[in-house]
Design a binder for this molecule. Structure first.
Ligand SMILES: Cc1cc2nc3c(=O)[nH]c(=O)nc-3n(C[C@H](O)[C@H](O)[C@H](O)COP(=O)(O)O)c2cc1C
Length: 271
């Protein structure tokens, strides 16, 4: 007989959610991406209350086992097609989204269309949340390159050095840092730039600790072939606004999958 589970952590408070609510569908933009950018800009305008509004959970599904997995990533852009984040295409999420991914993919080839994904944002101080369901596609290589080049050099080195989601055979941080050193040497970046231990000639008073000297900043580092942007093109977007007694406002936009020119249907859902 199964034993009764013993609680190891529990929550006893009852939070009250009191946003301004969503009075009616007519107060929403007919396009959920425009509506999202309204709420997102509002969250960005309140950095003390909402320190990282771009943090979102991304759920993917293993196409063979149908087992889902969720992790947090950073939204980098919302465009008129969808929600963009950057990752390693060979990671668990990358493989689940693009199972036929090919690292040697021709950058001029049509953009790879991927599997389904779901996103969730929660802006606690505003008592607002947004959920998205859509289909993944790879961002075009030029956009990925522009974003990659805007990242600090340490993050660019890190993208090369981390075989994201793979086991480190030795189980040590040293192995990861050794890989970082190899990549730094390969691209002529001062050793320790990515791990913050480089001593670079960045002027008087500068010392170790992650200083990005001009020598490191100016270096050309190509985009790893296994890394880039993912756009989630939605066919369902839900806006949730917390109200008293759990009687929250929920509005769901839906359109036919793959019909990007299609009309959105907006419906109020029970909380
Ligand atoms: C706040 C935060 C932001 C993150 N941003 C990203 C990101 O933008 N891209 C990314 O690949 N991983 C990001 N990560 C790491 C992921 O949560 C995850 O550990 C990693 O992508 C590997 O996931 P996977 O093995 O399921 O593919 C972030 C983690 C946190 C906590």
């Amino acid at each position: 007989m199964a034993t009764k589970p013993q609680p190891l952590a529990a929550v006893h408070n009852h939070e009250t959610y009191l946003s301004q609510g969503i009075p009616s569908a007519s107060s929403l933009d007919p396009n959920p991406l425009a509506q999202f950018s309204r709420w997102f800009t509002h969250a960005q305008d309140n950095p003390t209350d909402v320190p990282e509004p771009e943090a979102m959970s991304v759920s993917t599904v293993d196409p063979a086992t149908h087992i889902p997995s969720t992790r947090v990533v950073l939204l980098k852009q919302v465009d008129d097609r969808g929600f963009v984040f950057y990752t390693n295409y060979s990671s668990r999420k990358g493989r689940e989204l693009f199972p036929n991914n090919n690292d040697d993919e021709d950058p001029a080839a049509p953009l790879a269309q991927g599997g389904y994904a779901s996103l969730a944002f929660y802006w606690r101080a505003l008592h607002l949340s947004v959920r998205v369901v859509g289909r993944a596609e790879k961002v075009d290589p030029a956009t990925t390159r522009a974003y990659f080049n805007s990242r600090p050099v340490g993050s660019r080195i890190g993208a090369w050095a981390s075989a994201q989601s793979e086991v480190l055979p030795s189980g040590t941080r040293q192995e990861l840092e050794d890989r970082v050193r190899d990549i730094e040497r390969r691209f002529g970046v001062p050793e320790g730039t990515a791990t913050g231990s480089a001593v670079v000639d960045a002027g008087p008073g500068a010392g170790p600790g992650g200083v990005e000297g001009s020598e490191a900043r100016d270096v050309e580092i190509p985009v790893p072939p296994f890394w880039g942007g993912v756009r989630i093109v939605p066919f369902e977007v839900e806006f949730w606004a917390g109200r008293e007694s759990r009687l929250h406002d929920r509005y769901r936009y839906t359109r036919a999958e793959g019909d990007e020119a299609g009309q959105w249907t907006v419906e109020r859902l029970c909380p």
